[in-house]
Design a protein around this ligand. Structure first.
Ligand SMILES: Nc1ncnc2c1ncn2[C@@H]1O[C@H](COP(=O)(O)OP(=O)(O)O)[C@@H](O)[C@H]1O
Ligand SMILES: [Mg+2]
Length: 216
């Protein structure tokens, strides 16, 4: 079998109190993983640890065969720019720019291009010339997802990406993310407290009582 995209072992982290310890997780090509758990259990922190943003107190994170917390800054920057895509509940789009310009910023930086088929699937193709400020929250979220997927990341980290969306739009976003994973062989780590969304992933974990357990 090929190398995993992500392999985390023995992860422990505390802020004021211990959030979790002994966390192990492996993400393979074309696999989708959901992590569920109550608010405050440490899901976002764990996602930040997996995705280069928080060095854990203990443990190792290997992303695409690189021990990410042993890398130099430039190498981490390259991983963020070319290899991973991060989707948050609250997007970070440039309000005064059009939807198209927002996506172009990302594709220019990563040297990729925008695919019409993706815009059509997300039902935002007709909105590309509009300013972000003129779009609804759900439309903005879909633009931010198009921006991330246009980079062609090998791993997607998504933190409550459907949290602010109506059910129909949330399903559409999940369709697009899961299709991307199956078509490109990328991996997805999705944090959600929505059971419907988590049940669509290949593997599910629950973060509870400071432990990450696979849900059978
Ligand atoms: N940078 C930080 N500094 C101090 N405490 C933090 C920080 N980030 C998160 N926490 C705390 O860690 C706990 C878990 O937060 P978080 O990972 O956001 O949980 P979740 O995403 O499951 O709701 C919370 O109690 C939160 O206040
Ligand atoms: Mg969170």
């Amino acid at each position: 079998m090929s190398q995993p995209l992500l392999s985390a072992t023995g992860i422990a982290h505390s802020f004021d109190t211990e959030l979790f310890s002994n966390v192990d997780l492996t993400l393979n090509s074309a696999q989708s993983i959901a992590i569920v758990g109550r608010s405050g259990s440490g899901k976002s922190t764990l996602l930040h640890i997996f995705s280069t943003f928080i060095k854990p107190d203990e443990g190792t994170v290997t992303l695409l065969n690189k021990d990410i917390y042993a890398l130099k800054d430039e190498a981490v920057e390259a991983v963020r720019r070319f290899e991973i895509g991060i989707i948050f509940q609250f997007h970070y789009l440039f309000k005064g720019m059009s939807a198209m310009e927002n996506i172009e910023v990302a594709t220019m930086l990563s040297g990729s291009h925008i695919e019409d088929a993706l815009l059509e699937k997300l039902e935002i193709k007709e909105l590309m010339d509009q300013k972000i400020g003129e779009l609804s929250g759900g439309q903005q979220q879909r633009v931010s997802i198009a921006r991330v997927l246009s980079k062609k990341p090998r791993i997607i980290f998504a933190d409550e990406p459907t949290g602010n969306l109506d059910k129909e739009t949330a399903e559409l976003v999940m369709d697009v993310l899961l299709d991307y994973v199956k078509e490109t062989g990328a991996g997805l780590v999705l944090v959600t407290h929505d059971e419907t969304m988590s049940s669509r992933c290949d593997t599910r974990y629950r973060l509870e009582d400071k432990v990450l357990r696979e849900i059978e």
